[in-house]
Design a protein around this ligand. Structure first.
Ligand code: FEO
Length: 183
């Protein structure tokens, strides 16, 4: 009896996304190594933690495919991105990576919708929400770098920025959780 509850097309697309999340993780490790090497220990720490989050996303895809009777495939990954040129460029790259990942998730949602695979559609909604948080977080961090002076930031403001980002939570608050008392 065939107990597979996912189409081959979606199985492959979800498996590809698992590999994309893995590449995201490696890319954030590479940005973290760059930041560490430049002396931004706090920012490096933030990026390393974020790399772990991306690894967790890959695991969620892996488990989902297996739970639906499919088999994910670990592929050879391309090299992660090149090193950022400066802190501003680092957070521009982070934002860009997240937007690209959101687009990739949206393509999966479309595919699940097309196939009327509501289980997969429902599974993917977690990632739709997660990407709102991740884009918001990346935009917030980019704003912080701009406020500190962007590419012309002084050494003092960079030290403060490094401390602040090092302690920044990994999740951004969502607009739908805002209230008049707690906007
Ligand atoms: Fe797994 Fe930052 O998206």
């Amino acid at each position: 009896m065939n107990t597979k509850r996912i189409s081959e097309r979606l199985e492959k697309a979800l498996s590809d996304q698992m590999n994309v999340e893995d590449l995201q993780s490696r890319t954030y490790y590479s940005y973290g190594i760059w930041a560490d090497d430049e002396g931004y220990g706090g920012i490096a720490n933030f990026l390393y933690k974020h790399a772990q989050e991306e690894r967790n996303h890959a695991v969620k895809f892996m488990k989902y495919i297996l739970n639906r009777g499919g088999k994910p495939s670990i592929d050879a990954l391309p090299a992660p991105d090149t090193d950022p040129q400066n802190l501003m460029n680092c957070f521009e790259k982070v934002f860009q990576r997240e937007v690209e990942n959101t687009e990739s998730i949206y393509r999966l949602v479309e595919l699940a919708f097309e196939e009327k695979d509501w289980a997969t559609w429902n599974f993917l909604q977690w990632f739709v929400k997660e990407q709102i948080e991740e884009e918001t977080l990346a935009a917030e961090l980019l704003d912080k770098v701009k406020i500190a002076g962007g590419s012309n930031a002084s050494a003092d403001s960079l030290v403060l920025l490094d401390l602040e980002i090092g302690q920044h939570p990994q999740d951004a608050p969502l607009a739908r959780e805002a209230t008049a008392e707690n906007p």
